[in-house]
Design a protein. Sequence first.
Length: 589
Amino acid sequence: MLGLGVACTQSYLYDERRRDQLPTDRTLTLEGRFCTLGTNDVVRPIKILFAFDASQSMRVSDPNGTRAFAVVQLLNSLPRDPNIEFSVMLFAGSTTASLTKSGLAEFEPLLSYSPGDFTRLEDQILNYTNPNSNRDSTDFIKALSEIYAILSTDITANRNAAVGAQVDARPRYIVIFLSDGHPTFNQDDELFQGDAVKRIRQLRILVDDVIFNTVHVFAPLQPVSSICDVTGDAGCPLLIVNQDAERLEKMATLGGGNFRDFRNNEAVNFLNFNIGQTRRAYVLKELVASNMSAPADSPPDAGAGDSDRDGLTDDQEIALGTDPNVADTDGDGFSDGVEVHFAQLGASFNPLGYMLPDGGGLDPGCPPALRGVDSDCDGLNDCDEQIIGTNSTLIDSDNDGMPDSIEWQLATQPSSQDLDEDPDNDGLANRNELRFHTNPLLSDTATLGVNGYRYVLEEDGPVDEEGRQCFRFRVENLSLVSTLPNRPDGGISLPDGGQLFLPDGGLLFPDGGTGYGAGWNEIQISIAMLPADDPAGRTILRTFHTTAARYPVGGIKQTVDGVIRVEAQDFIPSCYIPPAIDGGTDAGP
């Protein structure tokens, strides 16, 4: 019986009638298992920066140094976690100073401090319980500029050093700004109309979060008069104190943080500042599969595929004169699809530029060093992302759970959250259009049953002790499309049959050049996860890529049984090397 079963299967697979008499079988199924991240899979470093006002006005506002005692108390209460770092910055006048062991404006691990190191640090901070230690004017703009420099330098250093799972170890930065809120000169325009605080908060797009908290400290030895001086220059003392508190509160609002107001000798504490956890479990947000070689609805026509995955079909590229096997025909750093799209909107782009001897002739805007660079490995070049409006360091720029590459491919907005919108009014929100691989700008529900991807998802056992939940999934009806053969060495394909198939599915041409044959498709499936304790937190993606999928050439598709099986370990975070389309698999960001 076994021999008969094999004979029948092979007879069907290699039936000559499949070339032209039987319907083309071009659908695939993805099935397998994945697990969300547990508490030990991704660590979130927490970095705390104390910005300590040491200017002369604090002699009156905080003569007993209550803010110094509060900083020491918080440092001593922090959990001894290797992923917690801190820095203490003093500001007065136009200068700042760092109370780090190195003396540099940087973060240092809490656990790197010995008892002796802590004692010395405490002594330095508590020196400001002596009012005479406070001196010089108060300049908030200078202090905020230094805070921005410390954070941005640390973010860049972390990104450059990150490898593997560390790519997802995005720090949470917490700034605690302690002051009486009274700059020597009026700086409100720069504080609230300018970007002095805003740009610090904006750094959060690069990390887990940046939170700017403020603390108003006003504990004078003498009570403040509520009577205004109408004859002299003392003004209204209590009104000034209230205005100073309001200034700090506005700064905290702009910085996405908390404001605390400590007056009348009330003890300064940080009880309502949420430091957060360094280890968190994650929950599933989105699951989406896509054939990156196929436009929406996966049309079966020859030439309807996108061999180089640049956003233009092969037929479109042939009509335009661009190379359907090269994503950036003229090598100017912008892919053909991006250039054509924005040229149609009126921008000055030409996908067929030609470099002149003086270096001109190509579309400006992408420096030579960035041409062909894809920093986040999401399939979009860095220069493409500049034009599209996405972040070249994030796979999911708008944090909606969908990779930028899929949103760009299927014409939703990768730079803004629009998954709940329905621009074509067909009853399918963009989220479902992306998951079904249909066109969000065209009412195509009539063909949904034929063209749409179908998903089955179920939990695979209970949540484990680290908060990890596993799932079984099945995605059916992924349609393959016809693509062109290619010659990576620049040779010419011979459509008349002057080629020999290699064992790996590649091609050997008469001149000795190699390449790959027609029909290969790139398939990916991504899972997006959110921190279980923060539904608005930064998404983390894991993706499986494969090029083991082939449109039926000679009547036979690959895989021959129509199923690609994916294991949990196949979903990985790191950049993947663009595949050589030889039937192999690669995992990606």
